[in-house]
Write a protein that binds this ligand. Sequence first.
Ligand SMILES: Cc1cc2nc3c(=O)[nH]c(=O)nc-3n(C[C@H](O)[C@H](O)[C@H](O)COP(=O)(O)OP(=O)(O)OC[C@H]3O[C@@H](n4cnc5c(N)ncnc54)[C@H](O)[C@@H]3O)c2cc1C
Length: 400
Amino acid sequence: MSVAGTQHEPVDALVIGAGAAGLFYGARAGEAGLRVLVLDHATKPAEKVRISGGGRCNFTNIHTAPENFLSDNPHFARSALARYTPEDFIGRLARHNITWHEKSLGQLFCDGRSGAIIDMLVRELQAAGGELRLDTAIGDITRTADGFEVITSKGTIGCRRLVIATGGLSIPKMGATGFAYDVARQFGHTVINPRPALVPFVFEGRDKTDFASISGIACPVSASNDRAAFEDALLFTHRGLSGPAILQISSYWLAGEPIRIDLLAGTDALDKLTAFKAEHPKKSFASALETILPNRLVNLLTARGDVADVPRLADMSHAKIQEAVTALSHWSIKPAGTEGWRTAEVTAGGIDTKDLSSKTMESRMVPGLYFIGECVDVTGWLGGYNFQWAWASAYAAAQA
Ligand SMILES: Cc1cc2nc3c(=O)[nH]c(=O)nc-3n(C[C@H](O)[C@H](O)[C@H](O)COP(=O)(O)OP(=O)(O)OC[C@H]3O[C@@H](n4cnc5c(N)ncnc54)[C@H](O)[C@@H]3O)c2cc1C
C-alpha cells in the first residue's frame, strides 16, 4: 500500500476489525477510559453478526463451558469465559431492550433481526467515546518506542495498544482475510494450521449421486468419530451432508477419515421393529424401518445395500433384526472433503495460545499487541459459542 501522507492523532487503542470482538472490545476499552479507534476494510461493520443464526444471531449459549471449544490448549479459554459469561451478555441485551428466546440446547437467538446486536455494539462504542472508521485498508505495521504505527489507506495512526480482531478465513466473499495470522507471524507468533470448521461435507462418485437424490431429507442422528459425538439433525444435500450434527463433527474431522452416523439415535429401534414385526408379520422390513426413518432414506439405504430388505418380517429372525439395527447405527461413510472456506462457519486453528496471556489476550512476546476473537486458536461448537468467545476474549483484553 502506498503511504498515505496524513498522520492522525495517536490513540490509546487501535482495533483492526469491526466485527463482534473488535466492536465489543472498543466499547469496553472506551468505558475504561481509553481513546479507541476501530478500523475495518469493509463498508459495514460486523457483517457476520448480521447473517448469523439465519439473520437472528445466536449470540450466546447458556451452557457455555471450556469443553465446548477446540484448541491446542483446551484450558486457554477458561479464564476469559469465566470472567464474561452468557448471563453478562444477556444483561447487556436487557439494557438495550433486545429480546430473545432459547431455541434448543441452550442456544439464544434474538426475537428480531441480528441488526439490533450490531446497533447495540456500535452505539456502545460511540457512547464510550470510541470511533469507528470503515472502508479503510490496512498496510504495514511497525513497532515504535511507545507502541505501534499502522499505515492505512486514510493515513498513518500511532497507538499504544494494537488489538487485532480480524477474525478467521471463513467466507472470503464477506471480506475474511488472513490478516491476523500475517500480523501474528510478523511478530514471531506461531499460527496453528487454520482449517474450515462447522462446514458441510462433500462426497464423490456413488455417495454423491445417492445423497443428492434425497437432497432436502433430514433426520436426527448421532455423528461421531474417535474424538467427539454429536446428537442433532443430519441433512442430505446436493453435494453431500450438512445439518447441525454434521457441522459439529466436521470441526473434529481429519481429511481421509470416515465418520460414523447412528441413523437410529434415540429411537429404541430394536423394540419398535420387534413390535412392528409382531403386529405386521406379512409386511417388509423396509416398511418397518419407515416407521422410524424417512421413506426415501429407507429406499436409498436398501438400494445401496447398506441394509438388506426382507419381504416378510415373519421370515426375519430377532438376530437378523438386531444385525440390521447394528448396521444402521454404525453407518460409516467417508467424505471426499468439505465445502471449504466458501461456507465454513468458522476457522479452527489460528494464533497459537501458548504465546498469549489467557488473562488479557496480550502477546507474551510483544507487549501492547492483543489478539481477540476467532483469529485465536479457540473454536466454539455450533450454537452461540463462537460469539460468546468473541465477547469474552474482547472483555478480557479490555480489562488489561
Ligand atoms: C454464516 C455464519 C453464521 C454464523 N452464525 C453464528 C451464530 O449464530 N452464533 C455464533 O456464535 N457464531 C456464528 N458464526 C461465527 C461468528 O460469526 C464468528 O465466530 C464471529 O463473528 C467472530 O468474531 P470476530 O470479531 O473474531 O470476527 P468477525 O466477526 O469475522 O470480524 C472480523 C472483521 O475484520 C474485518 N477484516 C478482516 N480482514 C481485514 C483486513 N485485512 N483489514 C481490515 N479489516 C479486516 C472484517 O471485515 C470483519 O468486519 C457464524 C459465522 C458464519 C459465517
